[in-house]
Ligand binder design. Sequence first.
Ligand SMILES: Cc1cc2nc3c(=O)[nH]c(=O)nc-3n(C[C@H](O)[C@H](O)[C@H](O)COP(=O)(O)OP(=O)(O)OC[C@H]3O[C@@H](n4cnc5c(N)ncnc54)[C@H](O)[C@@H]3O)c2cc1C
Length: 448
Amino acid sequence: MARDDRPAPFLEISPYVRPPAAPCPALAADLRTEVAIVGGGYTGLSTALALQAQGVEAVVLERDFCGYGASGRNAGHLTPTICKDLPTARMLFGAETAGRLARFADHCVETAEATIRDLGIDCDYNASGNIMAVVHPAQEKRLRQAAETARSIGARMHYLEAGEMRARGLPAAFLSGALEEAGGTLHTGKFVSGLRAAALARGVRIFEGTAVQAIEPGRPALVRTAAGTVSAGRVVLAANAYAGEIAPPGDRQAPLYITLFETAPLSAEQRAALGGWPGREGIYTAHESMESYRLTAQGTIIGGSKDVQYFYDCAPHNHGGPEDARPASVIAAFRARFPELRDLPIAHCWAGWCGFTLNFLPLVGRHPAHDNLFHAIAYNGHGIAQATAMGPLLTDLILGRPNPWTEVICRKPAFMPPKWLRYPAVKAVLGVVNGIDRRMDGRVESGR
Ligand SMILES: Cc1cc2nc3c(=O)[nH]c(=O)nc-3n(C[C@H](O)[C@H](O)[C@H](O)COP(=O)(O)OP(=O)(O)OC[C@H]3O[C@@H](n4cnc5c(N)ncnc54)[C@H](O)[C@@H]3O)c2cc1C
């Protein structure tokens, strides 16, 4: 069969979520509540569920529908990755803090797994772990050292030699790799829709189609929307990459636009040609700006991630769509890694916004000047586990209860330059990173 090289359709959101058949009503009055949560992704919904379990009334205000943001668009790798990686965490924060971050990241994966189990969410979760794989021998030494460093500070990770990769039936382009034992892959849309359904079933009030325009500090704080206000004892900013458009510290992150694609289902022969991939482990590459691939429960491959985009105004709602996405580069990378699948059509592409910080840690905590305003945003591309773990953590913070992880993750926000300086700085970093990756890809292609 000849390959169909027509451009793959670009989806407005993703193949995994659709606007709900029965949307929650938009806010159309003034109301009072104990906690107002801005944003209906993993962070907002897990927080609403955890508060509700403690008998605290929470209201979720979502601009579009729950799952419209990164929580309905991501690649589905549930990972304990934290910071850029653990060697970077050790370099930035020292071995002891890096070790605590590694344990926190494992705790986040365990919390997400417990959430899936306890709420009975059927989201095709496959607890396979994820593999950071080398695609050229030149990447191997550094990855081995990274895995060793990670192990030395307590991460559950081990190196898979070439023979072990082949014994697992993994695609041949992935030569060897470091296996993150915790976590696996899931269907992102089913997960976020399951959280929404669980919150509604437990009596959480959700307002969809309700854009928050401003949060006015005070006691109570006032959350303003076009058609009503919510006066709340506490407010949680859970709008992730979009938070810069609403309130501080949303502007202390850089929103990056990331492109993904999904193939048509693989035939039995195509899958066999790859080696079978029976464990369906999630794979990312050891590039500076990684590629990600996973074989879904439906037998398709989801991939992408590299060649991320950044825009001067840091305002996601001014951008997004096919002209800002990078389907050609993510599909070219896929074709290079999977020559066995040269005739496999790409079914569709899509893209979404991720919040990044300069120390690669999320922004979690309480507003320094207003102690009833809380936030949890910017998970640096690792939010499935971390954002889901925010529910219990923020609930303890809000209720003033001790929590062993607040000290680890509630930190002073990392320095973020003003926008005029941030733009050339981020573009320069992305330019260097992409240049290194292009050279590596050139070596893979030429066999040097
Ligand atoms: C393409 C892509 C691939 C990714 N892959 C992975 C992966 O494989 N593994 C992983 O761990 N992480 C991944 N991530 C990151 C992960 O998806 C996020 O970290 C996580 O979903 C964050 O959840 P959240 O609830 O904080 O934010 P979001 O899901 O972005 O939710 C924020 C919500 O706020 C709403 N909102 C925005 N403005 C307003 C407003 N004014 N008023 C009210 N509501 C508003 C939005 O509509 C949105 O629903 C990926 C992200 C993207 C974009």
